[in-house]
Design a protein around this ligand. Structure first.
Ligand SMILES: NC(=O)c1ccc[n+]([C@@H]2O[C@H](COP(=O)([O-])OP(=O)(O)OC[C@H]3O[C@@H](n4cnc5c(N)ncnc54)[C@H](O)[C@@H]3O)[C@@H](O)[C@H]2O)c1
Length: 408
């Protein structure tokens, strides 16, 4: 079986740290072309990861290189245009998060993909059935281990770098800071993905979002160009390795929300809250906080903390084993908790799993688990939070994880 030929647009941090080294090494993929508006990034990526061609113009890459699948690894701005063009050219797709910034934009991508009959995977896949652990948990919950799940919280507790001057990510200068970027709500589809991964679709949303800390520092994009030019080992192009210690020298104004509460009402009746924001100071030593916790009439499930996942249920027969207190634990891998952003090479990395999953879906002609309908629902959740906050009213969801909501 010939390798799936991949052309990637966006040769920034996420591309070179996680996707390109994997695509280069994986026997089922070949990185044939790379494209970035910043010439040095395209050129250096081709050098490092062995792509035969590099471009600064996306249309040229699509026209000239023989590509089976396009990986869209830029920030959200050009996602709709790039995804629609790729689908129309008959290319399969992987779209980095966020898929789009509005429901309408996400629908445009979905329609183009379905019309063209190509496969499209929308990140993030972590917390979904792309992961074996998440698939097992979903089965246990669907079998009734929690009874009626009725409330939940999801409060991210990382990252482990603190202070406004240290909290800037190294994304290109505009990403998630500009007024129209969606802010941190759109930087974190991980929460809604994890929640929906266990509890299914969201029915309505209330959001309260604001800019709380407008003065921030970020790493200037030129620093990344310099970094990339100096890398010689393609498996060691993780810019985070440098920036966690690097001085943020470019002041920016956070013009989009950096602090949001999102209250979800699920189709299954549960209500819960998700918080988006950064910690500026560490938690007390030894306190390992869970992130997603779901409470039901017959059991609880806790993600994170001392174990990767813990479930207690009055239906013990649904749990593979229980400790003396009645909990079934799935343990952290040897690298957890939180190897991010520099995971050891043999840890579970969602970018790698997504790539493998998309490739298998292309070869076996099946739809990815995190397909365009899934991505559109997650996009609408984030969009709905900001809409609800802006209008002061509850936002009613028009989509579900599997498509348009009937009657909407
Ligand atoms: N950095 C991370 O660790 C990380 C992790 C998870 C997800 N992501 C997501 O991946 C996306 C990219 O993040 P990043 O950190 O790699 O950003 P980045 O700014 O480092 O890289 C994006 C690249 O896209 C290029 N680009 C932008 N518009 C283009 C255009 N029209 N044509 C060609 N190239 C264009 C930019 O020049 C830049 O090199 C973001 O949407 C982010 O949410 C990033």
């Amino acid at each position: 079986m010939a390798a799936i030929r991949i052309g990637a647009v966006g040769c920034g941090v996420v591309a070179t740290a996680y996707y390109f080294p994997f695509i280069q090494d994986y026997e089922k993929t070949e990185l044939v072309a790379v494209c970035d508006a910043r010439e040095a990034r395209a050129r250096e990526s081709a050098r490092l990861f062995g792509a035969a061609a590099w471009y600064t113009d996306y249309d040229e890459m699509l026209a000239k290189s023989e590509i089976d699948a396009v990986f869209i690894l830029t920030g959200a701005g050009p996602h709709v245009e790039f995804a629609v063009k790729a689908a129309e050219a008959g290319k399969h797709l992987l779209i980095q998060k966020p898929m789009a910034l509005t429901l309408e934009q996400a629908r445009q991508i979905g329609e183009a993909v379905r019309k063209a009959g190509v496969k499209a995977l929308v990140e993030p896949s972590g917390g979904t059935a792309v992961s074996e652990t998440s698939r097992r948990i979903k089965e246990i919950v669907d079998a009734g281990a929690l009874g009626k799940p009725y409330w939940f919280t999801h409060i991210p507790t990382g990252p482990s770098r603190y202070g406004p001057e240290l909290s800037g990510n190294p994304y290109g200068a505009g990403a998630f800071y500009n007024k129209d970027s969606g802010g941190m709500v759109f930087d974190y589809p991980y929460g809604p993905t994890a929640i929906c991964g266990v509890l299914g679709s969201v029915k309505s949303i209330m959001g309260s979002a604001q800019v709380s800390v407008p003065d921030r520092m970020i790493v200037p994009p030129e620093n990344y160009d310099r970094f990339l030019a100096g890398v010689t080992d393609p498996q060691d192009a993780n810019y985070w390795r440098v920036v966690v210690n690097e001085e943020r020298s470019q002041p920016i104004t956070m013009a989009a929300p950096d602090n949001a509460w999102c209250v979800y009402e699920m189709d299954n009746g549960a209500i819960g809250a998700y918080h988006v924001g950064r910690l500026f100071h560490p938690m007390p030593k030894g306190l390992v906080m869970p992130n997603l916790q779901i409470f039901g009439t017959d059991g609880n499930i806790v993600f994170g903390g001392p174990h990767a996942v813990s479930i207690i249920s009055k239906h013990k027969d649904l749990l593979p084993s229980v400790d003396e207190d009645g909990w079934y634990h799935i343990e952290h891998t040897k690298h957890e908790p939180s190897p991010w952003p520099i995971p050891p090479r043999d840890s579970w990395i969602y970018y790698h799993e997504s790539t493998k999953h998309l490739v298998d879906c292309i070869i076996e002609d099946r739809d990815p688990v995190v397909n365009v309908e899934w991505g559109t629902h997650i996009t609408e959740i984030m969009y709905g939070v900001l809409e609800s906050s802006r209008t002061g009213t509850r936002y009613q969801m028009e989509t579900t994880l599997t498509g348009e909501r009937s009657g909407s």
